[in-house]
Design a protein around this ligand. Structure first.
Ligand SMILES: Nc1ncnc2c1ncn2[C@@H]1O[C@H](COP(=O)(O)OP(=O)(O)OP(=O)(O)O)[C@@H](O)[C@H]1O
Ligand SMILES: [Zn+2]
Length: 747
């Protein structure tokens, strides 16, 4: 029935979340022309907000408003008939908004796929399914003549698939659009258009078998799948190369067989394309990926496939934790210690922590996997919140690499490399193996200086040095991206004796090229992998197994599985040993154990050489023994004594202003407000600071911090909310403030 009246229906009030930095929802009435639509939370609406037309999301349909109904405006129109955000996602979003003290509208709009933010209708892309046409084999060989080997291969691949294959699957198996076109022009194959939803539903094939599991792996899989359908968080602590991916795939198998979907979070898909490839090879069904490298349409399609339950597996980065799943059966967070699970801008959430919260709400097992778990997760094992399962040895008969600390205190270095290290690299290459050279600085050199007067090239907008890049030649600030030409003369004393300080990946690459002119040198850093799929190209190259040297940043430490790498060389391990950041040692240990773990994963014994000037540092000594559990145990003990996280909780309040005094003033006022308000109460929350940030000026803005700590999470939450409320009630001119709950970087 359609009812048309001139006044909006005031018995139903819609509380709408809007993408504005305001900590509440906004009440609207149904549209004037209300053709009997029914409203539910999670539907999108178009509204007029002041003079702006915005897309909003209904959070609640209620009977009254705290504002006079006569003053409420009707919505312009309802966009969706269905709840694009189902109750499970609304619930975790509301919880996150409260926990992380972030405006609910901004939270919801950071969850939505970009296409839906703009108010577009949900439409999912179509795809093609290719099948062979009836032909006799002799015509095939004749039709595909000469060197078109790949075409012949493609034809046979399609011939072996009784229902044909989707274009995406075909491409995943290494074929190109051009090859498809060729065969199609020759009338050998044909395509049928279908929408992605029906495609996903039909293409799901019984998975190819995984490797026979080791006893340890089987035991772990059994434990993990014992109670599907119930919440339980497990820390899977498996040494590097222990076959965690194989375990995940077996668990996912069972989840899918029980009719449910699996959500897998990985640190960075484009940097570790193998994980996805391994899943794709095993499951042979379209796997929905959710990450920033996708086009708007791809992202929306995958999101919708997950929401409707057609995609059985979703693999994504941080933001994928908010993917609506029709029937969520398990959440796996791979490399759970990785910092990239924490969003560092805007809505600052931890996808790892939300995975646990979501698993709890949606009653499904959560697996946090790592060879080097975070101290937070380890502590949750110790206090009984998580169970721990271990894989103590490497899979497939591989053994651990030997780790050696190489003292470089008084050794001459060539592009950062000492003589004994160069000799070892040569030895491994001569044995037809591959080598990883790791250093954590991209560019050619981290600074340039004048030899005469000591001038250093600083960034114009930050308290930081400019990095010298050679490809192409320029100076660049790694904090604000400001770039400048390389000066040939010192701007202070006009001397032409400008020299570089330190070593970056480009310099190491140049040095290695000169030392090993016949060996391919592959540089892997943010600059060399900027283009889409470039990392995949590099990985494919390395997987051919020919001797080569990979030189690069921590991208090389992330979950790669190169069977022929037998030497990992760490150019300089000392950077993180003496930092003021209380997490520095944990991070250094994780990084070094991870990068060391890339060595000796195949059948040959691996070696790791760590260059250091502090070979007697206790953490380095323990790293050399490769014993992460022992390192972690000691670090946990130290954190406990110092009452640092995970034995206390932190919230970081940041202020920014072009004038440092104003940023400091904002924080001083906040501190005073808290102290005045809690004058009679026990000081459960301690306020440290304010102090200027360690890099006070960044991109032309000054930054200051006020740190709140407490061993009582609730007390800290209450104070954080109180601060947020108070800051909101005051106009701070040009100053901006941000709240970071459970910060992982305080600088
Ligand atoms: N049961 C098995 N039998 C033989 N080989 C196996 C088995 N399980 C895993 N492998 C192999 O061992 C290697 C390492 O496995 P995988 O990459 O899953 O380790 P991982 O635990 O994820 O390591 P990391 O934490 O270092 O990334 C792979 O080449 C994998 O194919
Ligand atoms: Zn800068």
């Amino acid at each position: 029935m359609t009812s048309i009246s001139n006044t909006p229906d005031s018995s139903r009030i819609l509380a709408v979340a809007l993408p504005v930095p305001i900590y509440r929802t906004f009440d609207y009435l149904p549209p004037i022309t209300d053709d009997g639509c029914s409203f539910s939370p999670g539907q999108r609406v178009a509204v007029q907000f002041g003079r702006r037309a915005l897309t909003g999301i209904i959070l609640e349909v209620k009977g009254s408003s705290e504002y006079p109904v006569g003053k409420l405006k009707p919505i312009t129109r309802l966009i969706d008939n269905t709840q694009v955000l189902p109750p499970s996602i609304l619930s975790i979003a509301k919880w996150s908004a409260q926990y992380y003290c972030h405006p609910i509208g901004e939270v919801l709009f950071s969850i939505l796929p970009p296409a839906l933010k703009q108010g577009k209708k949900i439409c999912i892309s179509s795809t093609r399914r290719w099948t062979t046409k009836e032909n006799s084999d002799t015509t095939i060989e004749k039709a595909i003549k000469g060197n078109a080997k790949k075409q012949l291969q493609l034809y046979h691949t399609l011939e072996e698939a009784p229902n044909g294959l989707l274009e995406e699957t075909i491409k995943l198996r290494g074929f190109t659009t051009a090859q498809l076109k060729s065969l199609c022009n020759k009338q050998l194959i044909e395509a049928e258009e279908l929408d992605a939803l029906s495609a996903a539903a039909t293409e799901y094939e019984v998975s190819a078998p995984t490797l026979p599991l080791s006893t340890d792996q089987s035991a772990v899989v059994k434990q993990l799948t014992r109670d599907l359908g119930k919440y339980q968080c497990t820390l899977l602590q498996g040494v590097t190369g222990s076959g965690k991916t194989e375990v995940y795939m077996n668990v996912v198998d069972q989840v899918i067989n029980s009719g449910q979907q699996a959500l897998i979070l990985v640190p960075e898909i484009s940097l570790t394309p193998q994980t996805l490839t391994r899943f794709q090879n095993h499951f042979r069904c379209p796997i929905g990926t959710i990450h920033s490298g996708l086009s708007q349409n791809e992202r929306l399609t995958n999101w919708e496939l997950a929401r409707q339950g057609a995609a059985k597996i979703i693999i994504g980065t941080r933001s994928a934790i908010f993917t609506p799943m029709k029937s969520l059966g398990c959440i796996i967070v791979d490399e759970e210690h990785d910092n990239s699970f924490k969003q560092q801008e805007g809505f600052r959430y931890s996808a790892r922590d939300l995975a646990v919260a979501r698993g709890h709400r949606e009653k499904c097992p959560v697996v946090l996997g790592s060879a080097t778990p975070s101290l937070e997760s380890l502590n949750n094992v110790l206090n009984g919140k998580y169970q721990r399962l271990s894989l103590p040895s490497r899979a497939g008969g591989a053994t651990f690499p030997e780790i050696e600390l190489l003292d470089i205190k008084s050794r001459p270095l060539q592009g950062g490399l000492s003589r004994p290290l160069i000799d070892s690299i040569k030895k491994h290459l001569d044995e037809q193996h591959q080598v990883i050279v790791y250093l954590n600085r991209r560019g050619f050199a981290p600074a340039i200086t004048c030899e005469e007067c000591g001038w250093l090239a600083d960034c114009r907008h930050c308290d930081a040095r400019m990095t010298l890049h050679k490809h192409p030649a320029h100076l660049r600030c790694h904090h604000c991206d400001y770039s400048a030409a390389i000066p040939h003369q010192c701007p202070d004393c006009q001397s032409t004796s400008i020299k570089t300080l330190g070593t970056g990946t480009e310099k190491a690459e140049e040095t290695l090229e000169a030392l090993f002119p016949d060996t391919p040198i592959i540089r892997v850093d943010r600059d060399s992998t900027r283009k889409k799929d470039s990392m995949k190209g590099l990985v494919d190259e390395v997987n051919k197994g020919l001797p080569c040297i990979l030189v690069g940043t921590q991208m090389l430490a992330k979950g790669h599985n190169f069977a022929n790498v037998t030497l990992v060389a760490v150019i300089d391990a000392d950077g993180g040993l003496f930092s003021a950041d209380f997490r520095a040692l944990e991070k250094t240990a994780q990084l070094l154990i991870q990068v060391a773990g890339r060595s000796g994963r195949g059948s040959s014994q691996g070696q790791v050489i760590i260059q250091t000037s502090h070979g007697d540092h206790p953490i380095l000594q323990q790293i050399a023994r490769g014993n992460y559990p022992q390192i972690a145990e000691q670090l946990i003990e130290e954190r406990k004594l110092a009452a640092l996280p995970p034995f206390s909780y932190m919230t970081l309040l940041k202020a920014e202003d072009p004038n440092i005094n104003k940023a400091m003033h904002l924080l001083e006022q906040t501190k005073k407000m808290v102290e005045d308000a809690s004058i009679d109460t026990e000081p459960l929350v301690e306020l440290l600071g304010p102090i200027p940030a360690s890099m006070s000026r960044k991109a032309g803005v000054h930054r200051a911090h006020l740190l709140l700590t407490s061993d009582n999470r609730l007390a800290l939450q209450r104070t954080t909310q109180q601060i947020c409320h108070w800051l909101n009630s005051i106009r701070w001119g040009k100053s901006r403030w941000m709240i970071d709950v459970d910060p992982i970087e305080i600088n």
